[in-house]
Design a protein around this ligand. Structure first.
Ligand SMILES: [Zn+2]
Length: 420
């Protein structure tokens, strides 16, 4: 059924030719900057960018525009998911299935995951660590229009220490000299962020999740190289004290944060450090997913170990006003509780105390700000890329309206239109 749907979606792919104009009419526009809804809006798109957006009464539709009628729907910016590994392999049956995967097979699998992510309404992703720079090659192919997929911001390969989280992914580095080399290798390959694994993680059986395994000189070496290149560093961290140390050393973002405590979150809020919770990885909505991919008992024990603390950390982060960008650490389209991981993650943010507007921003404008790309994506504003998703309800009234995604446009090109 899913394959049929995707084939059908491909038939509506209409490249926007240079000089061609489209106008979306009849829908309500969700303005994530002002936090309001404009009923009966018009969005004009030319050369892949939004040239005008506002109430129909004040926003004329150019005569030559191709009209896309989305009456009764709500328009939101394309969703952004800031923690995606398109080449994800988790322990258990999934790892066994991909044990002999070649680079060529990896790239094809990632391309398929990219396509499914886009059809699920996700128009931009950040990849905090994938394999052998396949994500950078894929990002370039998508940018050239060769393959359908979201915009990809990559951090290249994750920088791991021997015996730490992710070390099974291949290369690992020890000491500041090796870290500098490792960081520079990612920059040379085209990484726009750097990712370090400073504590243990769920998916690696060795190294405590709450332990700070990477040393200050290693962390500082990576931050230094990143800053010389004008890029940012994010840290995989389950540990409270490792996070505190990394934030003090100048790390710009924190992933997961299973055991974060209030003083560390207050420090992050003060410093403007970004937090990408990936809350779905430790909550009951994902247990079906772990069963599906055949996760082993030791893995599930680590999931259960962090679940409650992770939830409390998210609640406190919301209370303390920490900058939160949405990320899932699962494929953006992965089924969770009858919707996708991306949408379920946003729902969890509301359950943890965010308003629906804050949750929607975490998946749009806030993520764009974290990437330093809010001049080109993250809201439906003139001048920005026409990355537009349509849904069947008002997400500011109920975030679960995101479950009804039926239209996806990226860069002015329609990739999915279920209501045609
Ligand atoms: Zn991850």
């Amino acid at each position: 059924m899913r394959i049929l749907l995707l084939l059908a979606a491909c038939l509506v792919c209409q490249p926007l030719l240079a000089g061609e104009t489209r106008a979306i009419v009849g829908a309500a526009l969700v303005d994530v900057i002002e936090g309001q809804v404009i009923p009966d809006a018009v969005v004009v798109i030319r050369d892949g960018r939004i040239t005008a957006a506002g109430p129909a009464a004040e926003t004329p539709v150019p005569e030559d525009a191709e009209r896309i009628d989305l009456e009764g729907k709500w328009l939101i910016p394309g969703l952004m998911n800031m923690h995606v590994h398109l080449g994800l392999i988790l322990p258990g049956l999934m790892a066994a299935e991909h044990a002999t995967e070649s680079d060529a097979q990896l790239v094809l699998r990632m391309a398929d995951n990219a396509r499914q992510s886009l059809y699920a309404g996700v128009t931009t992703i950040r990849q905090p660590g994938d394999r052998r720079h396949a994500d950078i090659a894929l990002a370039r192919a998508i940018d050239r229009g060769v393959l359908p997929g979201p915009r990809i911001v990559s951090s290249g390969e994750m920088l791991n220490i021997t015996g730490g989280h992710g070390a099974s992914m291949g290369t690992h580095y020890d000491g500041p000299y090796e870290m500098r080399k490792a960081a520079r290798l990612q920059v040379r390959a085209g990484a726009q962020w750097l990712k370090i694994a400073i504590s243990g993680g769920i998916a690696t059986p060795v190294g405590g999740i709450g332990q700070g395994l990477m040393t200050p000189d290693e962390i500082s070496a990576v931050v230094d190289i990143a800053e010389r290149h004008g890029i940012k560093v994010t840290a995989h961290s389950g540990s409270d004290h490792a996070t505190r140390e990394a934030v003090e050393l100048g790390v710009h973002g924190v992933e997961h944060g299973y055991f974060l405590q209030r003083p560390t979150l207050q420090l992050m809020a003060e410093r403007g450090t970004w937090y990408v919770p990936t809350i779905v990885v430790s909550q009951p909505a994902s247990f079906d997913f772990f069963e599906r991919i055949g996760s082993p008992p030791w893995y599930m024990a680590r999931v259960y170990e962090v679940g409650q603390d992770h939830w409390r950390a998210l609640e406190m982060a919301v209370e303390e006003g920490v900058n939160i960008a949405l990320g899932t650490d699962q494929f953006p389209y992965e089924p969770n509780d009858g919707t996708t991981a991306t949408v379920r993650e946003a729902e969890y943010y509301v359950e943890a105390g965010m308003t629906p507007l804050q949750a929607l921003r975490s998946a749009t404008l806030a993520s764009a700000r974290m990437l330093g790309m809010d001049d080109s994506i993250g809201s439906l504003s003139p001048g920005k890329h026409a990355d537009i998703v349509a849904i069947e309800g008002d997400p500011l009234a109920d975030i679960s309206a995101l479950r009804s995604i039926g239209f996806v446009m990226k860069g002015g090109q329609v990739y999915r239109h279920d209501w045609e």
